[in-house]
Ligand binder design. Structure first.
Ligand SMILES: Cc1cc2nc3c(=O)[nH]c(=O)nc-3n(C[C@H](O)[C@H](O)[C@H](O)COP(=O)(O)OP(=O)(O)OC[C@H]3O[C@@H](n4cnc5c(N)ncnc54)[C@H](O)[C@@H]3O)c2cc1C
Length: 460
């Protein structure tokens, strides 16, 4: 291992770093993950400062037979490895540039979601982004890309135009519609299994597409008591079914801060129209009588600021996302019951939130071309976030997570189960990548481009 480190160090630019002392704050900061579940300590963390440094790191690791994982935002459970292996932390290689002729944006290495949003804001443009300022942009795009903007511009993976990746042989490969196009197809949904992606080029859109002169997303937040569930459901459904304006949002079951003692229903929604129209659309929610309410016009650079508390690193957290076939009142009621059961039996999980997310159907203008991501037509998602602190609750929390998933899948044929590619690697491939043809194509590409599983054994 030491021979590998010295051979690698000799090839890296001076701005790159190799961290080996686990007691330093640099090492600890780099290894901090969104969830502490199963975080492992690697032999070393390499922080390449440039693309050539990334290529050299992969080449040296492949040559020495040392397993590695890339890490960007650290929000997944898959970016740490054990003591014989290394982490390639991309946080020193970042950047966003907007190409004026095409309005496409190139996003490098470890760029985080908020950094992309802030970079596009001066140009009054937005792109598909997730709900988390510190989520890594590249893993999000190459693993699917569920976005509040999905009703307008589809999923992130469908907005991926080109990429550069270091393949299993350590070669830097250009990927686009005209170069290595089969890899572009794979990168649009299964990219983490095909290489280390050093940069992506994505579509951006003008703020004007958001439905008002100012280019704002009109967000409303409403807090209700659990006993108002039927009226709240009916009010949300009116927004979803409105056939004039697209909407997206979350219907959440959670405990009210700060005491976290009272279960509440929290509806956070956005409609793409003028503020005046939004006020009218939100009126059914106001009529139900919320405990608290607010309407906040927001531009893309502030997209997820209100969710910074959810992005905090540390503690034990699990996040599961399953596609659902429809918007279903019973699912909300079931989630409220299961959430109460979780918090009763596991009080340290009081910060957990069970939620149903929607992207208004029928509004989607641009269904993407056929890609590895097979869920472009999914309009509803179950999001289970369980956040707890006591390690003795691992087993119970896991069981409760599965219970919420099973309950919301009741009545759906197993052939139609959808597990989100970016938050599940354990569920059957048939849930994650729909259709036998898609799975066969993915497996064939994996066998061709990464036959030994340098980038995980998934699909082999
Ligand atoms: C709080 C929170 C909010 C979220 N919100 C959304 C959302 O709104 N929409 C959505 O679709 N998803 C969302 N997700 C899921 C998220 O998109 C995935 O977990 C994503 O993979 C995280 O990327 P990361 O860079 O933060 O994590 P990391 O753990 O750093 O990386 C994720 C995976 O990608 C690999 N990887 C990292 N960089 C590269 C690279 N450059 N090339 C190839 N592989 C790489 C890692 O090895 C790991 O396997 C959310 C997750 C959390 C925890």
């Amino acid at each position: 291992m030491e021979a590998f480190i010295s051979s690698l160090t000799a090839r890296l630019s001076p701005a790159s770093k190799v961290l080996q002392d686990t007691t330093t704050s640099e090492f600890k900061t780099s290894l901090a993950r969104w969830s502490d579940i199963d975080v492992r300590v690697p032999y070393a963390i390499v922080q390449p400062a440039g693309e050539q440094d990334i290529v050299s790191t992969v080449q040296e690791a492949v040559k020495a037979g040392i397993p590695f994982v890339p890490a960007s935002g650290g929000h997944s459970p898959w970016s740490t490895v054990g003591q014989e292996d290394i982490v390639i932390d991309l946080s020193r290689y970042k950047g966003v540039s907007l190409h004026p002729e095409t309005n496409e944006a190139t996003v490098k290495g470890g760029t985080l979601m908020k950094e992309l949003e802030v970079a596009l804001h001066p140009y009054k443009r937005f792109a598909a982004v997730g709900n988390g300022n510190t989520v890594g942009v590249i893993p999000y795009y190459i693993g699917g890309g569920i976005s509040i903007y999905t009703p307008l511009i589809s999923y992130g993976s469908g907005n991926l135009i080109a990429a550069r990746l270091v393949n299993a042989k350590g070669e830097l490969v250009h990927v686009s519609e005209t170069e290595n196009s089969e890899l572009l197809w794979a990168l649009r949904g299964a990219g983490q299994f095909f290489g280390l992606v050093t940069e992506i080029t994505i579509k951006t859109y003008p703020y004007s597409l958001l439905g008002n002169e100012e280019g704002q997303r009109i967000c409303g937040t409403y807090v209700f008591l659990p006993q108002q569930i039927d009226e709240v459901y009916a009010a949300v459904e009116k927004v979803i079914q409105n056939d004039q304006y697209a909407s997206a949002g979350h219907f959440m079951v959670m405990q009210a801060p700060p005491e976290l003692k009272q279960q509440v229903l929290f509806v956070a929604l956005q409609v793409f129209c003028s503020s005046d129209e939004a006020v009218k659309l939100f009126q059914p929610l106001v009529d139900v009588g919320p405990l608290q309410q607010a309407i906040m016009p927001s531009t893309s650079d502030k997209h997820s600021d209100q969710l910074d508390w959810v992005c905090a690193k540390g503690d034990f957290k699990r996040f599961t996302q399953n596609g659902l076939p429809d918007w279903n009142r019973d699912n909300i009621k079931t989630l409220a019951r299961l959430h109460a059961e979780l918090v009763d039996n596991c009080p340290d999980a009081a910060r957990s939130a069970y939620n149903l997310e929607w992207h208004s159907p029928r509004k989607l203008q641009r269904r993407p071309a056929e890609t590895a991501f097979g869920h472009a037509s999914v309009d509803y998602w179950l999001n289970v976030l369980i956040w707890y602190t006591d390690a003795k609750n691992h087993g119970y929390v896991d069981a409760m997570d599965k219970k919420a998933q099973a309950a919301t899948r009741a009545g759906t044929n197993e052939a139609d189960f959808v597990s989100y590619t970016n938050t599940s690697r354990d569920d059957p491939l048939e849930y994650r990548y729909k259709g036998t043809e898609r799975i066969a194509k993915l497996k064939a590409l994996k066998a061709k481009h990464d036959p030994t599983g340098v980038f995980t054994k998934q699909l082999l």
